[in-house]
Design a protein around this ligand. Structure first.
Ligand SMILES: *Cc1c(COP(=O)(O)O)cnc(C)c1O
Ligand SMILES: [Zn+2]
Length: 445
């Protein structure tokens, strides 16, 4: 195989480490590693030939290239043998044409990338397929890895559990007790993961899993493991592909641990180097006001960064105060003329609900991104003729408790402006008809 990729320090240390080595941080300076590719080899194929190849494979059945992650294998992770790939047909998610919502908020050219329409219901599948495949490759190469572990706010654990179950590996997930939704909890349980429910928050789980993995031969599956970022970066390639190889003006993405922002930017930088795109979109990272360390850093011009204790937020998957990938994310935001915006609980809940009235079914994190977009439009940062993509990170069905409480007006501190409750009435023709016409009239006003 001519393509080459390796781990290298993000701070520029020269040493290269093979992708099948168990290593997460630079041994010299302690910074995170990233996957680097031999660009000279990749550039021997023209931009046109790459686009043609990716298009030919997209959503077809030839193993493993129908997956939109593995359809881009050469630029993602060429070091895994196809027999060791653990895939569930990642990517290829709907780029929802959200013109109806867009017209209401003042950007008609609005799209929502539905990354939650996937095997485990969040974008985490994009990265987990790469990580678990590499573990399978390492096992095939003779490395002893008895288990793979992660700390999670609910979606990483679901993805890890599913991919490990499919590969016949043991997953161990560290969850903050009572801080993930019931559907998120039931996913790793169903897939046979050792599920640890701990009396701490995500940041506490993260510290513990790092200690367990560093002192034992258990493989760490959190996004400080940059194999996941390689899979997640395909979302930017796929968005461009779905626009017939044109970049949008803006991408709005919710951020917690900030691996996904880093991945989004990395995908665009790769496409630029290969000549696939000539222009970069601007990136807006959206945080919950209750868990906003990057937003606070943005107010200092991204010069200083201080971790903070995350407060409770409905956007539970981004309730993170000490994001692992913050340095990668800051670098990307600077290169993409990026902005950071924040959303209160009231704003995120109402933004999700408004979007739902136009046919979407948004999780609270997508609500954070949407309400950040509303603010950027009001500030004039996003212009009315911009082409805007909002990254929807999880499926709304993982968060029915949030949605039900919203419509019942039971979310404290939130004014449910789009609440819609079932109308209970006797099963008689007259009452039913009267009610229908009353409601039609009320809704027309
Ligand atoms: C993981 C996750 C995020 C945040 O992604 P980061 O890479 O941690 O910033 C946002 N939304 C959902 C639904 C997630 O599962
Ligand atoms: Zn280093």
């Amino acid at each position: 195989m001519p393509y080459k990729a390796w781990f290298q320090c993000i701070a520029g240390c020269e040493e290269k480490h093979p992708l099948n080595e168990i290593i997460y941080q630079c041994p010299k300076c302690g910074n995170l590693l990233e996957v680097r590719h031999d660009m000279e080899i990749l550039k021997t194929r023209s931009a046109y030939a790459w686009m043609k190849l990716f298009d030919e494979r997209f959503m077809r059945t030839e193993w493993p290239y129908g997956s939109s992650v593995w359809g881009k294998k050469e630029v993602v992770c060429p070091n895994v043998h196809n027999d060791n790939i653990v895939s569930m047909f990642e990517g290829g998610s709907n780029l929802f044409c959200a013109g109806r919502l867009g017209k209401q908020i003042g950007v008609p050219d609005l799209w929502v990338k539905q990354c939650g329409n996937s095997h485990t219901g969040s974008f985490k599948d994009l990265g987990m397929t790469v990580l678990v495949s590499m573990v399978k490759q390492m096992q095939a190469d003779g490395k002893e890895i008895p288990a793979v572990a992660c700390a999670s706010t609910g979606d990483t654990s679901a993805a890890l559990a599913a991919y490990c179950a499919a590969a016949g590996m043991q997953a161990i997930v560290f969850l903050p007790r009572n801080k993930v939704s019931i559907p998120q909890l039931i996913q790793p349980l169903s897939n046979g993961a050792i599920t640890l429910s701990l009396d701490t928050d995500f940041d506490g789980c993260m510290r513990l899993v790092q200690e367990v993995c560093s002192k034992n031969n258990i493989y760490l599956a959190n996004s400080m493991n940059s194999l996941r970022v390689e899979g997640q970066k395909t979302v930017s390639i796929e968005i461009v592909q779905q626009f017939d190889w044109e970049a949008p003006d803006w991408i709005i993405i919710p951020g917690g641990n900030l691996g996904n922002v880093a991945a989004l930017g990395k995908g665009f930088l790769l496409m630029e180097e290969l000549g696939i795109v000539r222009r970069r979109p601007r990136i807006a990272c959206a945080q919950a006001a209750n868990a906003n360390p990057l937003y606070l850093s943005y107010l200092t011009g991204l010069k200083e960064f201080k971790p903070k204790r995350a407060k409770k937020t409905l956007a539970s998957a981004i309730q993170i105060g000490n994001p692992v990938s913050v340095q990668k994310a800051i670098k990307i935001l600077k290169e993409f003329d990026g902005v950071v915006e924040q959303s209160t609980e009231d704003e995120l809940a109402n933004a999700a609900a408004l979007a739902d009235t136009t046919g979407l079914f948004c999780c609270p994190h997508t609500g954070v991104a949407l309400s950040a977009l509303f603010k950027l439009i009001q500030k004039g940062t996003v212009k009315s003729d911009d082409k805007v993509v909002v990254i929807s990170t999880a499926h709304g069905l993982k968060f029915t408790d949030f949605k039900l409480k919203y419509h019942r007006k039971k979310l404290s501190g939130i004014k449910s402006r789009h609440a819609n409750m079932p109308i209970e009435l006797p099963a008689t023709y007259k009452r039913v008809c009267d009610t229908i016409y009353r409601e039609l009239e009320r809704r027309a006003n």
